[in-house]
Design a protein around this ligand. Structure first.
Ligand SMILES: Nc1ncnc2c1ncn2[C@@H]1O[C@H](COP(=O)(O)OP(=O)(O)OP(=O)(O)O)[C@@H](O)[C@H]1O
Length: 327
């Protein structure tokens, strides 16, 4: 449904304090290959500035790629951008509702912008108000909505013309947990209706729970792609988080790391701030008693020890050497 080969985009950013010729090139997207199937929820994950929005804006025909190819729902991005626009919905990070207009008015207006006649546009707005459960507030001005209500109207606007593919840029950013889960329920419902949803997010736990497949992007390149399960399986074994007494500072962390470094069960060790260590081990249950003995021998008493299954953040860390949570 979405296929890209070598998609790329650079920006010239000019330093205002210097001369006009003193421009820097930012390679925002450096050759991205994607293949998203019909009816998938595809998650596009990555830290700030990784190139997610730029990719999305290229696919939504809002900016022209510098190179590469893409086909969306059978339409070619370069030769048939109008065909792409007809087949897709796009919901930008900030949404597009105006304060002084009701959600229903926005929906009718949006349907009319796609060339739908007045009566049909009103009917379509009513259908969407029902399916997205917006009736309680659809006739009030958008300026009075909660963040979650506004987001649901934004997504409803994105699907008013019944697109085959929906692009959502960080749809749950800034929402409280109940509103987030409501937005994700809407996205799941769209999938059951056969829509393909391409969604960018920072929230790894959400992506893990809800996306059929994810691509992790860093510095404009895809560094990992697959189902969340398959990606996590690549990280063999368990993760043990060791919290050290706060106040012990870097010295304690360094002592603990030094003591554990050569333990035979340890695959990898990452410091977590000054007061913690993240250990990748073969078998967590077997490793914990051994590592406690080793730490005791080095005079380090852990404040907490937790056993975890690998997360998508561990996948990111393994591919890039950085934690997505710390970027
Ligand atoms: N119009 C522009 N001019 C110059 N640089 C740009 C422009 N748009 C984006 N960039 C740069 O391109 C890179 C990728 O930006 P992009 O917005 O795609 O990242 P992102 O992954 O969506 O980040 P975020 O999660 O913060 O939204 C960043 O370094 C950004 O500063």
């Amino acid at each position: 449904m979405i296929e890209t080969q070598g998609l790329r985009k650079s920006f010239q950013s000019r330093n205002r304090r210097r001369s006009a010729s003193d421009a820097n090139t930012v390679d925002a997207v450096r050759g991205i290959d994607l293949d998203v199937g019909v009816g998938e929820i595809f998650g596009f994950l990555g830290p700030n500035g990784a190139g997610k929005t730029t990719t999305l804006r290229m696919l939504a025909t809002l900016i022209r790629p510098d190179g590469g190819e893409a086909r969306i729902a059978g339409a070619d991005l370069r030769s048939d951008p109008a065909g792409v626009r007809r087949r897709i919905g796009y919901v930008a990070q900030g949404g597009g509702t105006a304060d002084a207009v009701s959600g229903r008015e926005e929906l009718v207006l949006q349907a009319r912008m796609y060339g739908t006649g007045k009566t049909r546009a009103q009917q379509r707005a009513e259908d969407v108000v029902k399916s997205f459960d917006l009736a309680d507030f659809a006739d009030r001005n958008c300026g009075t909505y909660s963040g979650g209500q506004r987001r649901r109207v934004d997504i409803a606007l994105g699907v008013i013309h019944e697109p085959r593919v929906l692009f959502l840029d960080e749809p749950t950013v800034g929402l409280d947990p109940p509103s987030r889960s409501q937005v994700w329920d809407e996205i799941r419902r769209l999938r059951t209706e056969g829509m393909t949803v391409f969604v960018t997010t920072h929230y790894l736990d959400e992506a893990d729970a809800l996306c059929d497949r994810v691509a992790i992007i860093d510095h404009g390149e895809v560094v990992a792609e697959g189902t969340p399960e398959a990606l996590k399986r690549e990280i063999a074994g368990d993760v043990v988080l060791v919290g050290l007494e706060s106040g012990g500072g870097a010295a304690t962390g360094a002592n603990a790391a030094e003591a554990l470094r050569d333990e035979p069960y340890l695959h990898r060790l990452e410091p977590q701030g000054e007061d913690g260590l993240r250990l990748y081990v073969e078998n967590g249950a077997a490793a914990i008693p051994q590592l406690l003995r080793t730490l005791e021998g080095a005079g380090v008493v852990p404040a907490t020890v937790q056993l975890q299954r690998p997360s998508l953040d561990d996948v990111f860390l393994a591919r890039t050497g950085r934690s997505l949570k710390q970027t």
